[in-house]
Design a protein around this ligand. Structure first.
Ligand code: NAP
Length: 260
C-alpha cells in the first residue's frame, strides 16, 4: 500500500524520543519531511543526523511547548523553512503524577499546561497551513483517559480532553476537509515509560505483571506499531476516517479480563 506521503511536511511534537521519534523515522522512510519539535536538543540532533545519513530532509525545532509563544514560533519557523504543513502530530506529554490527594489546584493547572494546552495551541497555529494543504491532525492520547490510573489527575484530565477535542475539531474542521483522529496507546516501552516503571520498588516484577495482562502477544507495544497507525491516519489511505479514537494496545483496554 503506497501511503503517498512523499514530500509531505509532518510536524511531530515530542519527536526526538520514544513514540514521537518512531513517527519521525517512519515519516522519513515514506519519503516525507518530518519536523521534530522537542526540548531535548541532544536527542533531536542525533535523530536528525541519523535521518540525514539516510538522505532524509528534516527540520528540528528545539523548544519547550509550555513556554509562552513557543507553539506560534514553531509553526512560523516551519512555514518559513519548508513552506507548507500537511500534518500535525500532537504527541508530547508526560505522566506527571499530580494526584487528587497528592497534588494542588496549582499543580493540576501546570499538568494541563504540560499535557493539554499545547495540543490546542499547536492545532490553532497550524490551522491556516492545514487549510491550504487540506491536511490532517493526529492527537496521541492514553488509555488512562478511559480507565483512570490513580494518582495522576492532571495527566488523565488532559488525555481525556484530548479525546473530546479530537471529536470537536473533526466537527469544526469538516468544511475544510481536515481530518482529525486520536491514537490511544497503553503500554509502550519508551524512555518515559522506563522512567515510570523504575519508580516502583521492584521495576522488573512490576513490568512482568503488566506484560502478563496484555492480551495479544503478552508484550508491550513497539513505538513503531504506534507510528504505523499514525502514518496511515495521516495518509490519503484514511481519506474517509475522522473523529476516531484508535486504540493500538493489543486489546489491553477493552478485551475481557478473563482472557488474561
Ligand atoms: P518520551 O519517551 O518521554 O518522549 C517524549 C519526548 O517529548 C521527549 O523527548 C520529551 O522531552 C519531549 N517533551 C515532553 N514534553 C515536552 C514539552 N513540554 N516541550 C517539548 N518537548 C517535550 O514519551 P513517550 O512515552 O514516547 O510518550 C509520547 C506520548 O505518548 C505522550 O503524550 C504520552 O502521554 C503518550 N503515551 C505513552 C504511553 C507509553 O506507554 N509510553 C502510553 C500512553 C500514552 P523530555 O525527555 O525532556 O521530557
Amino acid at each position: 500500500m503506497d501511503l503517498n506521503l512523499k514530500g509531505k511536511v509532518i510536524l511531530v511534537t515530542g519527536g526526538a524520543k520514544g513514540i514521537g521519534a518512531a513517527i519521525v523515522r517512519a515519516c522519513g522512510a515514506e519519503g516525507a519531511t518530518p519536523v521534530i519539535l522537542d526540548r531535548d536538543e541532544e536527542a533531536g540532533k542525533q535523530l536528525q543526523a541519523a535521518l540525514e545519513s539516510s538522505e532524509v530532509e528534516s527540520g528540528l525545532i528545539v523548544a519547550d511547548l509550555t513556554a509562552p509563544g513557543s507553539c506560534a514560533k514553531a509553526m512560523e519557523r516551519t512555514i518559513q523553512k519548508l513552506g507548507r504543513l500537511d500534518a500535525l502530530v500532537n504527541n508530547a506529554g508526560v505522566n506527571d503524577s499530580v494526584g487528587l490527594e497528592q497534588g494542588s489546584p496549582e499543580r493540576f493547572v501546570s499538568s494541563l499546561e504540560r499535557n493539554l494546552v499545547h495540543y490546542y495551541a499547536m492545532a490553532h497555529y497550524a490551522l491556516p497551513a492545514l487549510k491550504n494543504s487540506r491536511g490532517s491532525i493526529v492527537n496521541i492520547s492514553s488509555k488512562t483517559a478511559v480507565t483512570g490510573q490513580g494518582g495522576t489527575s492532571g495527566y488523565v484530565a488532559a488525555k481525556a480532553a484530548i479525546l473530546g477535542l479530537t471529536r470537536e475539531w473533526a466537527a469544526e474542521l469538516l468544511p475544510f476537509g481536515i481530518r482529525v483522529n486520536a491514537v490511544v496507546p497503553a503500554e509502550v516501552l519508551t524512555p518515559l515509560y522506563q522512567q515510570w516503571v523504575s519508580g516502583f520498588p521492584n521495576p522488573e516484577e512490576k513490568l512482568a505483571r503488566i506484560i502478563s495482562k496484555i492480551p495479544l502477544g503478552k508484550r508491550t507495544t513497539k513505538p513503531e506499531e504506534i507510528a504505523d497507525m499514525v502514518l496511515f491516519l495521516i495518509s490519503e489511505r484514511a481519506s474517509h476516517i475522522t473523529g476516531q479514537h484508535v486504540f493500538v494496545d493489543a486489546g489491553y483496554t477493552h478485551l475481557d479480563r478473563a482472557l488474561t
